[in-house]
Design a protein around this ligand. Sequence first.
Ligand code: ADP
Length: 606
Amino acid sequence: MFLFCRTDSRTLTFHSQSDLIASPARADRVRYGMLFEGMNLTTEYYSLAREISGLAQRDLQKNALLDEISKALVRFSRCESVDIHLMESGQRHRGSAKGESTLEMAGVPDSPPKANEEPAVYDEQPLENLCRFLLNEEILPSGPHFTAAGSFLTGAADEPVNLVLIDKDEQGENRKLSLIPVPDGPFKSVAATIFHLGEGDLGLLVLKSFRRDFFSNGAVELYESICQFLGVSIIHQRKQAALRERVKELTCLYGIARLVDQSDISLSGIFQSAVELLPPAWLYPEITSARIVMDGKAFFSDDFSQGCSQLRSDIVTEGRERGFVEVTYREERPVLDEGPFLREERHLLDAVAKELLLIAEKYRAAHEREQLQEQLRHADRLATIGQLSAGVAHELNEPLGGILGFAQLSQKNPGIPDQVREDLDKIVSASLHAREIVRKLMLFARQAPPEKTGMHLNLLVADGLYFIESRCQKSGIEMVRKLEDDLPEITADPGQIYQVLINLAVNAIQAMPQGGRLTIRTARQGAGIRLVVEDTGAGMSDEVLEKIFTPFFTTKDVGEGTGLGLSVVEGIVNSHGGSITVESSLGVGTKFGIYLPSKAPPLGSE
Ligand code: ADP
């Protein structure tokens, strides 16, 4: 089995496990120095490889993984300190471990000093600088401190180290760099090996020991081979982690898309479920909160609190901002692509914002479809009632005409007894009332098509109110007219508009049995005019208000109301291309507003 293979002349080449097994302990000692003395190199090497590979399979954050690998390397190498630095897409990661048995001996703190603490017992700045230069590939890897493969090695780290930089000065000479160690620094031996992670990314393994000449050339070559394995493991871990993130993201998107399939869920229900699906899709689900704001309504994930870093996508349609979706971390996390967030998380959030917009639009379309169907059903019902009413009106009209005619004829008879005359009067007035109902029925059923001509609303209102005024006086109602001057002429059927005015005014008077104020207003409105009939009467409850345009709906006593007045008004206004508004509150009064366009649509288009 292939272990590691180096081809330069200074390196012993192992090709197989059996080669290692065949190497006697003494030969190992010669080649690798005191480092591996007394250990079964083959077994330990395999066990290290297995451990690194196992760690790379686990779902660990990058820095935690590097810490764990460093611990394994401390155990394997028996040195006092291991650091692994990574430079990935411009981001630096670092993991480290210290040899436990020797910590006390050297007085080395096992974690970096925190702010306000005593200064560190030792200063690693020169070593840190070395790592930075190596990682940035600024040092020429040649000279006494470098192995053939370019690893840095010193067994006397307490003495100045002279290095040559790749960068050249004005004379074309390579610049020099001298690393002056801190006096009494704890580390005497340092080995540092660069490894490649693909896509231009680099890693650096640094081993440090308190002992002089701890790492032999052979040992460093062994670490160079371990570094190749380490690089592959880290690349593998990176791919696995990216895959896991993608799976999380896709699960989130799929979950949101599937919410729509649930038949009995409202739009708010969908948004609430969607916001709960967001945190698990992020890199640190345990500290992630999310919220969605859409059309002024807000939805929050469990335990929502506004954290220190936010990622937000606007929900925009036709250039109009309708809301946003936001993810927030409740604790600080290392910087990645966009603050502590990944590039893929930005794409996911944008996709979620688009999906939410699609869902909202889908719901709106469904709602509009339902409303349209309801309107169609309503229109259908009205048409049926209209046909029925037309039939009944027609059938009644003839006999009613006979009753009225003969009663009026009989009235003209001289010498009829008073009692009979009174009875005939009752027959005539009842017949007139019935004829009025039939006329309304005919109007409602649109038996009389509108005859539209140019007309002035103010003139019509003045005429109409003339007849109503006496009725108002009898009921103790004050009538107020506010007619705007110079209203434009409108194209309408004067008879039908008169009917509208009278129906509204009669309703208003009937709503004020104890007196009150009836206000009639006309005014310009956009490309048309507006007629307002307002009273200070009984007003209507919401339940009554909902039904007032339904044919035959009435709250009045038999003989007082037919329930057709407002249906007729609605039919006429619609056939003129206008619209009606009603505002009413119980005990305060009611206000009907009629809008009529100055040019009504042609006949048959309504
Ligand atoms: P009717 O007047 O024959 O009952 P309408 O269609 O004209 O039929 O009115 C339907 C119902 O609307 C009335 O019975 C009444 O309850 C209510 N209504 C209409 N106008 C008013 C108003 N100005 N104030 C209070 N209630 C009203």
